[in-house]
Design a binder for this molecule. Structure first.
Ligand code: HAM
Length: 436
């Protein structure tokens, strides 16, 4: 026997029926993001490695340890995208979009790749739904992307998410903050792993994202960047908070929220799953969305001075929360047609295809065989009605439809429908929310 192959660790197959939740989430996103004026973009899965090193930052966990990087056959260093902000900025610059419109609003959905330690809600191929808005430093844009996320989470029905908010300032006062962090952590280097010590040397702010047990208390006691930010950023942050209040969007100030990527300036935010009661299915992988402002990135990547703000949500995590505790939903065909072997079968199969082409969910059993087995199959796939296509039906020009979910003595157990009116009837009797 040949050996069975398994998928790559940390990379999941998305199969029915869960795929329907993914599709619902994606449909909701397209509709709502459209209302907010965001257009979809699709960039390649791979980019020049330098793009991520320069944008996400050399001393971040993503670049240091997590990238899928390889040399292509031409000897170029290529990386499978670990996130979508840098590729979007690269495309924005490369296509000179800033010359054609003052404000650009884009969104994207697709797989990202990070070689991370796997656990529930943390994968090596995962899916992000992200949005990026270029061209304005106004606080209303920060609030727009936050409001978009909040409304989206509400529309898809994700419960118990809390918005965490912070500001990192515009970078001008960052040297002072970094000095304060160095002074705080310098006496504690004996608690650090070699890796953390290097981070301390090269970019002490990144220590604040460290998961090392021994560092958690010192991190909790570290100085907060919010106490160091410049006046203009302070005003910007006040405006963001005032406008959030105006929109009735609740948030918690989170003075430790520095995010794991280097490009952020000013507002940073995360939506974190925090159930009020019961188990936290996602544990430390509870951040369902992360984002913020990055006013310097477009210019640093060789583009014009264009402030920007955006976010990305982890779709795997959202779908997991939506699936948890969900009652299985009936999604089978509206009608299942039982067939007899012989010349009539072609008519039955052709009718199935004709009804499908007209937009109805209709199925049959390609194995044919005993009618009892075909009814069992119809039940199994969740069909709503069953009808046989036999001599008598063809002569009468009508099918007798049996409602599979109803008891035999129910007055509506069977209904006769003329063949000529079958499509019309199916449209009226499809499951709510499904195509007929
Ligand atoms: P990020 O925080 O690295 O930000 O990722 C955003 C979201 O992607 C996380 O909150 C999480 O839900 C999901 N995510 C990240 N890693 C994994 C993983 N290994 N498995 C499952 N889900 C994961 C960014 O990527 C920024 N580009 C966001 C952004 C856009 N900032 C401005 N614009």
């Amino acid at each position: 026997m040949s050996q069975k192959l398994a998928g790559v660790k940390g990379m999941n197959d998305l199969l029915p029926p869960q795929i329907e939740t993914w599709q619902r989430v994606e449909r909701t996103a397209r509709a709502l993001f459209g209302c907010y004026g965001y257009s979809e973009i699709r960039t390649p899965i791979v980019e020049d490695t330098a793009l991520f090193v320069r944008s996400v930052g050399e001393v971040t966990d993503i670049v240091k340890k997590e990238m899928y990087t390889f040399n292509d056959k031409g000897g170029r260093s290529i990386t499978m995208r670990p996130e979508g902000t840098a590729p979007a900025a690269r495309a924005y610059i490369e296509h000179g979009v800033a010359n054609t419109e003052p404000i650009t609003r884009w969104f994207y959905m697709g797989p990202m790749f990070r070689y991370e330690r796997m656990k529930t809600g943390r994968y090596r191929q995962f899916y992000q739904l992200g949005a990026e808005a270029y061209g304005s430093a106004d606080p209303s844009m920060d609030v727009e992307v936050i409001a978009l996320t909040a409304e989206f989470l509400k529309q898809i029905g994700v419960p118990d998410v809390v918005l965490h908010l912070n500001s990192l300032g515009d970078g001008s006062t960052r040297p002072q903050y970094v000095e304060a962090l160095k002074a705080h952590f310098a006496p504690l280097t004996h608690l650090m792993s070699e890796d953390a010590r290097q981070t301390f040397e090269r970019n002490p702010m990144r220590l604040l994202d460290s998961k090392e047990e021994a560092l958690q208390e010192p991190i909790a006691k570290a100085p907060a960047i919010l106490d160091f930010i410049d006046e203009a950023s302070r005003k910007h942050f006040d405006d963001v908070q005032r406008l959030l209040g105006r929109l009735g969007i609740a948030y918690e100030l989170d003075r430790r929220l520095v995010r794991g990527l280097d490009y952020y300036t000013r507002t940073t935010f995360e939506f974190i799953y925090q159930p009020k009661s019961g188990d936290n299915a996602l544990g430390t992988a509870g951040t369902v969305c992360g984002g913020g402002r990055y006013d310097g990135l477009v210019h640093e990547l060789g583009g014009p001075e264009k402030p920007a703000v955006g976010f990305a949500m982890g779709l795997d995590r959202l779908v997991m929360l939506l699936e948890a505790g969900k009652a299985p939903q009936a999604t089978g065909p509206t009608l299942f047609i039982g067939t007899f072997d012989g010349p009539l079968r072609d008519d039955a199969v052709a009718t199935v295809m004709r009804l499908r082409n007209a937009g109805h969910r209709v199925d049959f059993d390609p194995r044919g065989g005993k009618l009892r087995r075909q009814i069992e199959r119809a039940d199994k796939v969740g069909a709503r009605y069953f009808a046989t296509w036999g001599e008598q039906e063809v002569q009468e020009g009508a099918l007798e439809l049996k409602a599979l979910g109803l008891p035999d003595d129910h007055p509506n157990k069977t209904t006769k429908v003329e063949l000529a009116r079958l499509g019309e009837w199916l449209a009226l009797n499809a499951r709510p929310g499904a195509a007929s």
